[in-house]
Design a protein around this ligand. Sequence first.
Ligand SMILES: *[C@@H]1O[C@H](CO)[C@@H](O)[C@H](O)[C@H]1NC(C)=O
Ligand SMILES: *[C@@H]1O[C@H](CO)[C@@H](O)[C@H](O)[C@H]1NC(C)=O
Ligand SMILES: *[C@@H]1O[C@H](CO)[C@@H](O)[C@H](O)[C@H]1NC(C)=O
Length: 509
Amino acid sequence: MAGHRMQSRQVFTSSVAVVALCLVGWQMEMAVADVGVNWGTISSDPLSNDIVVQMLKDNNFVKVKLFDANSDVIESMRGTNLEVMIAITNEMLASMAASPDAAAAWVKANVTSHLGTGGVNIKYVAVGNEPFLNGYNGRYIDATLPALKNVQAALAAAGLVDTVKAVVPCNADILSDNPYPSQQTFRADLAPVMLGIAAALKSTNSPFVVNLYPFLNLVLQANFPIDFAFFSGFATPIVDGTRVYTNVFDAGFDGVVGALNNAGYPNMAVIVGEIGWPTDGANYANIGLAQKFNQQLVNHLESGVGTPLRPGKLEAYLFGLLDENAKSTLPGNFERHWGIFNFDGTIKYPLDLTGGVTGRQTSLVGSKNVPYYPHQWCVLKTTADLSLLPANLDYACARADCTPLFYGGSCSGLTLHQNASFAFNNYYQFNNQLQAACDFQSLAQVVNTDPSVGTCKFLIGVRPGNSQAIAPPESSSSRSGASLTVNWQYLLTFLSTIIYNCSQLLLFP
Ligand SMILES: *[C@@H]1O[C@H](CO)[C@@H](O)[C@H](O)[C@H]1NC(C)=O
Ligand SMILES: *[C@@H]1O[C@H](CO)[C@@H](O)[C@H](O)[C@H]1NC(C)=O
Ligand SMILES: *[C@@H]1O[C@H](CO)[C@@H](O)[C@H](O)[C@H]1NC(C)=O
């Protein structure tokens, strides 16, 4: 009897232990979710939203940040578990600031309409994007805080005060140039507005969002030590009291924490809205360094070590998911090459988004079912009259993406002939492989063999695919009905996997 009782107690205890282990394991799995990603869409050949959403799912991203509130993009995430940040563009800040009604209309059209059972999991509204960037010469400084307050009021009036938070993603140039994070303050010209923003964020228990770019530190600051941009240790760290900074990421993050501390907001959560490394278009912008930076970054984020002022897990959104070949090159040619993936969703380099901490490493999963144009390219004829070339090159490059051709780019070592072919092909692919887009005063011809030269890739365009995703408004109720089913399926699959995973642990502890 006694023996039997003991046995059942043992069984009970070990079951509890296994279930506990199981929960711990499950939580570790969920912890992967802290790496988010920015989904920008300034591309001449955008992948269809469905393909992108499948990539997000396949790579286990659960946090996605957008730069506007494109209804089709947002709707493409209906019924998924993706936690979404949508945005009010800087151009709209003035009208949001001037009119509570405009803010209410924005929230109704761009937030409320996407919510509901089986809807889109919108968690944040970004009010502007880096509105205080030095390059804007103060253009958005006056509008941002009133816009934030009006959007907060509109969210509250819509009953969303607890579920959807308004935030203001800032560039790190909001900080003064104090080298010691704990002593950091906001830039003098911004101090009053930053205090107002911090107070408004606190009133709704919202996080502070900052974008950090070690790549830009390295490229734009003379004599910036390259080791300080990465996470492998740095011989002459910043020593701030008892805290030692061996990388600029921790220093920048803690600079924001320090500035908030010093402004009277010591407990405000800080999220990194953008961070990444480009692969083309400048010195240091290459696949090797991008792979190194992003892997070290993810490992750092997932390690749970945190920063000296904020130990623990950090939340950040990688910038970005895909290359955007139609972005302005004003910041530099690298601006079109921030993607972890190429514009067509193919993988650039290996990246383990779990940071290795779960012991279950992952590989990136590229895009699926991409509708490419045929395997054909546009090149300069070998017999071409080169006197016509400069004007035609200029024409192509003004309308397509020639950024890899310049100094520091992946195609900067080409001959003049190859150079022209690269530009012509880019223009041809951007123009849907139209015969007329491969003429250039009879200098060009279409070929069927890939003219790529080493790491310089001559791309093939992607057929437009998003038109199918546009649904008439009348069908919105049936759409949500359909996604409700999907959600149930998702929930059931999820629950049965947990039960299966846990039973595996129980059977083979
Ligand atoms: C909703 O967002 C879109 C895209 O950013 C914008 O064009 C539109 O004006 C917004 N709607 C309202 C009512 O403000
Ligand atoms: C290739 O084209 C780029 C951009 O037009 C130009 O800067 C570069 O000098 C060209 N290279 C050669 C070899 O012509
Ligand atoms: C169950 O285990 C598999 C394989 O390890 C994993 O891919 C999956 O995400 C787990 N599911 C849950 C809900 O923990």
